[in-house]
Design a protein around this ligand. Sequence first.
Ligand SMILES: *[C@@H]1O[C@H](CO)[C@@H](O)[C@H](O)[C@H]1NC(C)=O
Ligand SMILES: *[C@@H]1O[C@H](CO)[C@@H](O)[C@H](O)[C@H]1NC(C)=O
Ligand SMILES: *[C@H]1O[C@H](CO)[C@@H](O)[C@H](O)[C@H]1NC(C)=O
Ligand SMILES: [Zn+2]
Ligand SMILES: [Zn+2]
Ligand SMILES: [Zn+2]
Length: 780
Amino acid sequence: MDLPVEQWKSYVKQKWISLEPALKERFCPALSLQDCFLLVSSLFQPEDEEYLSSLANNYCVKKDPQMALFYKTEGNQRFQKKKYQTAGMLYSKALSHTEVSTPERAVCYANRSAALFHLDQFELCLEDIERALAEGYPHQLRHKALLRKVECLLSLGRAGEATDVLCYLEREVTADQSSNNQQVLLGKLSQLKAKASKGNSFVGQPTMASKTQEALEPLEENHRISCASVAVSLQMSPRKGRHLVADRDILPGEILVKEEAFVSVLRPGEGLLLQGSAAKTLDKQFDSEDLHCHRCLRRLLASVPCQGCSYAKYCSQTCAQLAWEDYHQRECSLGGLLLALGVFCHVAFRTVLVAGSAEIRALAGQSRQEAPEEPDLASVPGCDADRRYRSSYRAIFNLLPHAEKQSAESLFLCSLSVVALCKRLGEASPAAPVAGTSTSKSRAGASPELKILGEAMLKHVLQLRCNAQAVVTVRESGSGDKPVASSEQVALAVALFPVLSLLNHSCDPNTSVTFSSSTAEIRASRAIAEGEEILHCYGPHKCRMGAAERHKALLEQYFFECQCQACLSELGSRARRGASLHRAFRCPDCQAPLQGESMLRCSRGACNVLIPEVDFQLELYELQQLSKTAQEMLESGQPDKSLKLLMICKKEAERLLCPEHLMMGEIEDHLAQAYATLGNWQEAARHLRSSIQTAEAHYGPSSIEVGQELFKLAEVLFNGCAVPEALNTIQKAERILSVHLGPQSTQVRDLLEMKACLEQSVGAYLAKGGLWPANTHPMQ
Ligand SMILES: *[C@@H]1O[C@H](CO)[C@@H](O)[C@H](O)[C@H]1NC(C)=O
Ligand SMILES: *[C@@H]1O[C@H](CO)[C@@H](O)[C@H](O)[C@H]1NC(C)=O
Ligand SMILES: *[C@H]1O[C@H](CO)[C@@H](O)[C@H](O)[C@H]1NC(C)=O
Ligand SMILES: [Zn+2]
Ligand SMILES: [Zn+2]
Ligand SMILES: [Zn+2]
């Protein structure tokens, strides 16, 4: 879960409920984040702190020798049963509970090297052997580890090195008179030596896995936006804010953005948060925190544990070291607090740790001086002084927190969590809450330094609601030991990607995103024409959710009403029509609209009419069938018959439906078509005007639907030679259709052609003969 754990959430909820109304009212959209942080700091009580630390203690991340022993024993059992992969994982768990440079840790490494050897992971096996020796592997066991090393080297085809180790071993064993199985060992050694001498012809399969991945695909980098391709450009509009647009035609498959996360935090597995007993978690799958590097998110086979806690695990000593220097030395000592406060808080915290307090201070100072500015098209917020947008802290700092859109209660929860974290930071190291800072205590208790950090963290927690990017991976469910593995998508981590955040959402996007370790790659999933917006999907995809459900999800989490093509057409064709249906039936007595859900009553109230909606729906259905038949007649060349039937339809519709019902528009449209076929332009135009009114009421005056109807009217008027109205209609249709279909579309070009004809001179055009049907009688 990305929010705090349930207990803390409900505790904070209670606290919120019991706040004085006057205090609650201060959490309004006008409250600045600075003031919010100050206000909540003043409300944070010692008992809140106590409650939270008791919660945090449930999520223990301390090293526990008992657990080390337990996992090691379990590992040995699996090893016996030849379940090497599970055994390896259990040894890793055991390792995470051991202290640096202890025999326990060395033994776990050695045990794990045995499992890795059986999994043919020879390189990793060698690394573990070296670690075992370095961590103080018991002397009497050394030869065991070294023999394994020899076998590994032989398997890797490194016979020379194997021989060196063998010679060393031979000297040791010969010198060691105390050993009781000296002869056995010497026999084994000479066996291996024979193998090594033939070894040059034997080249084992080196494990390629680590070498071949990520054959780097070059990305020609944009000079205005780091991590983005030259094919895109950053634009700014009042409605959309910052967004990316194709700068040229883009081919399917082109990489558009390739960005490493500014920060990413692994989401802890359910097992850890549920705090089952250790035995219980064994039966479960291993969770993300065991399976992936806490820094780079790579899949782990042989993790390196954190020196301080049992929680953080890394793919390599390098990742462990870098994570420690950049942020983990501060996180490690906080224990279970970060787990209790949830991943969003953790990401916010890690973000300020990575940014460093000097950077935060500079940016916070800047933003306080600046007057609240209008979105300025020339300067895109978040860009550096050279106007380049980078995947940097500055860009993150400028993401919108949308505090005003979040509920007061959720603002309170976020603030109280951040305040609690700051409190702990201040206590843990009052002198320097974050590396490189020095502070003096102020009257309020929190140092000014901590206040700036707290405000920044609050901002980041709020930003995450709209800007958190889930890092997704496909994981084989079922351990490698199971016969049948199925795969599932897992949201592995929560990350901030400043450049990715520039992309707006579509439920039917033209890009797709993939992750490799903590790097995201956005590719065009279809051809994208120059000028089209680059869009990706925030989660609700049209293939997985209905439009109504997507709208709800997007509005709730991201605060916007999705206007993407998929939503518009889906809602336009179904829900919208459906929603307007029952509102648009007419009272049989007084013709006023009916209201209600399943039983409809007259909106005037004077009549006592009460009719089941089903009755109307049936009649509507029959009407639709009739109208369909009429349309078929028209298509099969019987315009007169069609017209007669449509007249009947219209009468029925007028009895049943309000004038603005879509069905009315549809019938009007068919009537116009029938009249146009018969060459009665005047009547055709009259019916089209009615159908345009209906379309405007339903889809809005500049919708594509209205554009299409205007196009028809323009054609009819053109043919009917109604010059002034035709020109007027052509202009309207052109304006709307070039927005929806582009100025180069066939329909827009047809319109322009008609216009040119009319303008030249109707007479001259008529003289050329041509387009006019024989049975034309121009209007008026
Ligand atoms: C693990 O280490 C212990 C102590 O060295 C040893 O007794 C045990 O056999 C080892 N298990 C494996 C699978 O190597
Ligand atoms: C996405 O675009 C829509 C309109 O196209 C806009 O209302 C919304 O605010 C945008 N969302 C973001 C996150 O930029
Ligand atoms: C790209 O996606 C957007 C949103 O779905 C859509 O409007 C646009 O037409 C798409 N372009 C292509 C070529 O599919
Ligand atoms: Zn790593
Ligand atoms: Zn740690
Ligand atoms: Zn949508």
